[in-house]
Design a binder for this molecule. Structure first.
Ligand SMILES: [Zn+2]
Ligand SMILES: [Zn+2]
Length: 337
């Protein structure tokens, strides 16, 4: 089969590799679509916890085409999505019931072969039926699952006001989930007018243009002079995190959701956090949110119309990465192997 193979960070090509056979308990599926996201850029740079050589692609949807021994509940021809994340079961965090914080976390597409390939293998326990969803919807299961975990971490109080920085697919999925989880007013702030237009189409209450240079932030205080109960940084830009904290209302919460470089640092006022009783929380990926994500997609709690803007074959993976990082009209970019 053909697959994207990285020998090392920044060094990849489309290769012919042996088509993998499912071991007992595993499922092989023919990848229909696999989403590309900012994390794939970090993997490309070697700054995430990626293990090379690697075939990335952690947002796959595909059709079951081979089933390993001992697998029940799946059939050839069925559309599935695979949750690629699992704990080792034996490290200290796994043993205290926090497998997402596993010291030896498995993440298909990061630590093992993912979906930028014609075929992919996953343990059947990590696969979910998506037969009733179009591939263009099901491919958003992983980002939706991650967003659901983020909203779980927030414990949104009914009537809250929320501000989401970032209008990429993740930001727009998070914004919709916040609105459906009790937030009474949701604002999205981002530099791209194109993306803000889609944010409004998907039902957010306000879309505010801001500059990467920090311009336009004063617009965010016009309707909300006291700040926002919830501020989410879904950009992965440390400068945004720094500018976000003052916009948190007294007693409110800042959720750090975007993936920055591990070396990034921000300056915050501990006094401000102390005096205003600000809560700062993080949300990393997810491990058990796929069923909820699929329900949210199925029932329209998360709408996806217009989210996929670019589709590339394996051969144009480099163009897909470029579109994610620098095309202001790109929302979700997918690979169709
Ligand atoms: Zn992703
Ligand atoms: Zn573990």
């Amino acid at each position: 089969m053909r697959a994207i193979v990285y020998d090392a960070p920044e060094t990849f090509g489309v290769r012919d590799v042996p088509t993998p056979e499912p071991a007992p308990g595993e499922i092989r599926f023919r990848v229909e679509l696999a989403g590309v996201c900012g994390t794939d850029h970090h993997i490309h740079d070697g700054s995430f916890f990626a293990a090379f050589p690697l075939t990335p692609g952690h947002e796959p949807v595909g059709i079951v085409d081979a089933i390993g021994a001992g697998v029940d509940g799946f059939r050839i021809g069925q559309r599935i999505v695979a949750n690629g994340v699992g704990g080792c079961g034996s490290c200290a965090n796994c043993r205290r019931g926090r497998p997402l914080l596993c010291a030896n976390l498995t993440a298909l597409g990061v630590t093992g072969p993912g979906g930028f390939a014609e075929y992919m293998i996953a343990p059947s326990a990590w696969c979910f039926d998506a037969d009733d969803l179009a591939p263009e919807v099901a491919v958003l299961a992983e980002p939706t699952a991650c967003a659901i975990h983020g909203v779980d971490r927030l414990h949104v109080a009914p009537g809250s006001s929320a501000l989401v920085f970032g209008a990429g697919p993740t930001g727009l999925i998070l914004a919709q989930l916040l609105a459906k989880s009790g937030a009474a007013h949701v604002t999205v702030a981002a530099p791209s007018e194109h993306k803000l237009k889609l944010a409004l189409a998907l039902g957010v209450d306000a879309a505010v243009p801001i500059g990467r240079d920090g311009s336009g932030y004063e617009r965010l205080t016009v309707g909300s002079p006291d700040g926002y109960d919830i501020v989410v940084d879904a950009t992965g830009a440390a400068a945004v995190t720094e500018r976000a904290l003052p916009l948190v209302r007294d007693g409110g919460t800042l959720l750090i959701y975007g993936v920055t470089s591990p070396d990034d640092r921000v300056a915050i006022s501990p006094y401000d956090v102390y005096r205003r009783e600000i809560t700062i929380i993080g949300s990393f990926a997810q491990i058990s949110s796929f069923p909820d994500a699929l329900n949210a997609l199925r029932n329209g709690r998360v709408r996806t119309e217009g989210l996929i803007t670019h589709r590339f074959p394996l051969e144009r993976f480099g163009d897909a990465l470029t579109a994610v990082s620098s095309d202001p009209t790109a929302h979700k970019v997918v690979i169709a192997p």
